[in-house]
Design a protein around this ligand. Structure first.
Ligand code: ADP
Ligand code: MG
Length: 348
């Protein structure tokens, strides 16, 4: 198991256009760690720097305390799985998976044993002799994963590995990849722009935007306690309410005075209150009380197990997500309850 330390890593491909601003991160041994962010934010660049395929402008990378920043890719034992699989179509499944071991000069018996074990791990043991073009996309993805596992990597790097699969296969592979990482006690860094993938698979997530690490934490931490507007919005739908601090545990907002979690911001500080649609409760219009705002139902999106309701209140629109939704009539009046413990206060 490998602990990976990233310290002050920065990269520009062109002078004056930084793709990664000095970046610090520690991935614990055995952790399935995610880099999550929009397209172009520098995720693949960081992954390639770890693999040794791209040289950083500054900073240090350590595997188990050892500086490997200038070490050649093949000496790092960092195995990569790409979005497009990057398999050799003219070679068999076995030969594709054996490739890394052969290049490293492994003996015939070792290759047979390790390749078989890797193919069993991804449930492709009976496909060893098959040619790549005869496999489905999902099977090709498994071969790519087996090839990375066969070299017994110190660090497994996965770059959007499921993007080319259809939704059902993607769900199944999420479980598979997590199971394999945990069974093999692998340290893995997984890059995606898909928040569901990150939330459902990760031990911890680093949320990135514009080459800057925004927040790092468990899926629950980054979803429930986002540190800024970007993280709140990128991790899920959010209602943002602008307002100002009005003494401990209160804000003034277009929806009136609201009770919020305690904070020590000076009176009058401009803040935004973020509340996720599933945290808001829909109540009958005569159930007045604390943090309950009158609102009229103006729209709905039916999603099967849940429904997204749009409300119009005096202070603006509010989105509410309700599971096992009852029938509701557009145009009816309700009270929306914003529980204080569902509100996250953000600066500005
Ligand atoms: P992500 O994986 O998050 O989508 P990338 O790391 O691939 O982001 O790219 C980050 C930025 O760097 C993008 O603006 C991209 O166009 C640019 N970039 C990536 N690779 C190169 C390269 N080899 N040469 C020049 N620019 C690059
Ligand atoms: Mg990328």
């Amino acid at each position: 198991m490998t602990t990976v330390e990233i310290q002050g890593i920065a990269k520009s491909y062109q002078p004056g256009v930084p793709v990664l601003k000095p970046f610090d991160l520690t991935i614990e041994a055995g952790e399935l760690f995610f880099l999550l962010g929009p397209s172009g934010c520098g995720k693949s660049t960081l992954l390639r720097i770890l693999a040794g395929l791209v040289e950083p402008d500054s900073g240090v990378i350590r595997f188990n305390g050892e500086d490997i920043t200038r070490l050649a890719p093949e000496k790092r034992r960092a195995a990569m799985v790409f979005q497009n699989y990057a398999l050799w179509p003219h070679l068999s499944v076995f030969e594709n998976v054996a490739f890394g071991l052969r290049t490293a000069g492994a003996g015939k018996e070792t290759i047979r044993r390790e390749v078989t074990a890797a193919l069993e791990m991804v449930q492709l043991a009976d496909c060893a002799a098959r040619r790549i073009p005869s496999l489905s996309g999902g099977q090709q993805q498994r071969v790519a994963l087996a090839r990375a596992l066969a070299v017994n990597p110190a660090l497994l790097l996965l770059d959007e590995p499921l993007s080319n699969l259809d939704a059902r296969l993607r769900d199944a592979m999420r479980h598979e990849i997590r199971r394999i990482c945990k069974e093999r006690h692998l340290t893995a860094l997984y890059v995606t722009h898909d928040r569901q993938e990150a939330l459902s698979m990760a031990d911890r997530i680093a949320v990135m935007n514009g080459g800057i690490l925004q927040q790092c934490g468990t899926p629950e931490q980054v979803y429930n306690h986002p540190c800024n507007r970007f993280v709140a919005g990128f991790l899920g739908d959010t209602n943002f309410i602008s307002g100002e601090a009005a003494g401990n545990g209160k804000i003034r907002s277009p929806f009136g005075e609201l009770n919020v979690p305690a904070c020590d911001l000076p009176d009058g500080t401009t803040i935004a209150a973020a509340i996720r649609p599933e945290r808001i409760r829909i109540l009958p219009p005569d159930a007045a009380g604390m943090n309950r705002i009158p609102a009229r139902l103006t729209g709905r999106t039916f999603l099967g197990e849940s429904c997204e309701w749009q409300f119009e209140a005096a202070g603006g629109t509010v989105d509410v997500l309700e599971f096992a939704p009852p029938e509701r009539r557009i145009g009816d009046e309700f009270l929306l309850e914003l529980p204080p413990d569902g509100v996250v206060l953000l600066r500005g």
